[in-house]
Design a protein around this ligand. Sequence first.
Ligand SMILES: Cc1cc2nc3c(=O)[nH]c(=O)nc-3n(C[C@H](O)[C@H](O)[C@H](O)COP(=O)(O)OP(=O)(O)OC[C@H]3O[C@@H](n4cnc5c(N)ncnc54)[C@H](O)[C@@H]3O)c2cc1C
Length: 390
Amino acid sequence: MIDTEVLVIGGGPGGSATALQLARRGHAVTLLDRAEFPREKVCGEGLMPYGVGELRRLGVELIAQVDARPFLGIGYTVGSESAEGRFPSGHHGLGVRRNRLDLALAGFCREAGVDRRHGLKVREVGGWPGRMWADVGGRQIRARAIVGADGMHSVVRKSLGLQRPARGRPRYGLRGHFRLARGARALDLVEVHATDGLELYLTPTGDRELNVAVLLERDATKALKGDVAGGFARILAAYEPLRELLDGAESASEPALCGPLRQEATRAATDGAVLVGDAAGFLDGITGEGMSLTLLSARLAAEALSEGLRTGRLAARHLAAYERRRWRASRDLTWLTEIVLAGIRHRRLARRVVRGLRRHPEIFEQVLAINAGTGRLADVGVRNLLKVLL
Ligand SMILES: Cc1cc2nc3c(=O)[nH]c(=O)nc-3n(C[C@H](O)[C@H](O)[C@H](O)COP(=O)(O)OP(=O)(O)OC[C@H]3O[C@@H](n4cnc5c(N)ncnc54)[C@H](O)[C@@H]3O)c2cc1C
């Protein structure tokens, strides 16, 4: 007996957006999440214009519905060098607290008829195309197809044998929120500061509310000595350019750590199942593309699965179209992340790039057009990359 047509595992932006679109196409969808909502998620919380566009397609207007804060571009600071770039005119990103965004998406799911259940952890999944199952605390839930949207350390990915061994140096994310003092400088950009072995991200997420995310390597996490809140405070206090902004600020959340960040899947589609969002692979928080890529993959997965459910074609070879479309649509953002990740480890090179971006604002704008979904990496071109470097 089948309990539901599609079982979505994970209720973050990836699972919610996939479930919502499948339900709107008339499919019976059950979504399980191990957490109770609202729940916190370690994230820089800067949704790029590309992702804002994806949410609009879903009919979600964040500023009106979720209390989000627009930002107009990105500023980079490495040592004494800094550069500010703006998104193409008419485009903006949004800083949005994940507890608010993910709760709002849960509400949209319920309105669309998704059977959404929280506080249930999936331990294992398996089955055949059209006859899949998930184990939830010893009870099996059966479905025609499964969507693995259970985040960076996905159980679905591992359970279906799709985990790719870890590559590169492990990096971690640490974040907290602040309520800024009255009169503090207002941010209309996401600011990225690279300093000794770590990067700091400042994203405005509300009225005088600021998300501070830190990306760091394993050695730096050891220096926290198990005291996440104390270590976070020490990192911020040691970075002089932040002092003025945080002067008189109050902590507005419990600082939290997550990682290792880079997680990859061998494939995003297999017999009877697809992986969406971070479950399908997550590189790093460095370019702030995660939620945008997640929403993009949710749309493509919902289209492919809906077709498969309608025609009864749910084998890996049928769902592989999702995999190809996802790769084509996301490769520029993925390569951009790889390029920035490779460069940021070399501080002298990073300083040089920031200086080049300041001298060539037109090239910086071309790079930010990729985040807005209006430009391609190929438009930037090797010639311009050299101009920035030399
Ligand atoms: C430090 C850091 C900074 C980042 N900064 C940004 C940024 O500025 N902008 C941006 O766009 N992205 C950013 N990201 C990436 C972004 O957070 C992710 O890409 C995004 O959350 C992916 O959404 P998701 O729905 O795939 O997964 P998640 O949001 O992680 O949701 C997964 C859900 O699955 C549930 N779950 C997990 N396991 C199980 C299980 N076994 N059974 C049931 N439920 C389960 C979890 O409770 C969770 O609710 C950042 C990430 C990090 C780590």
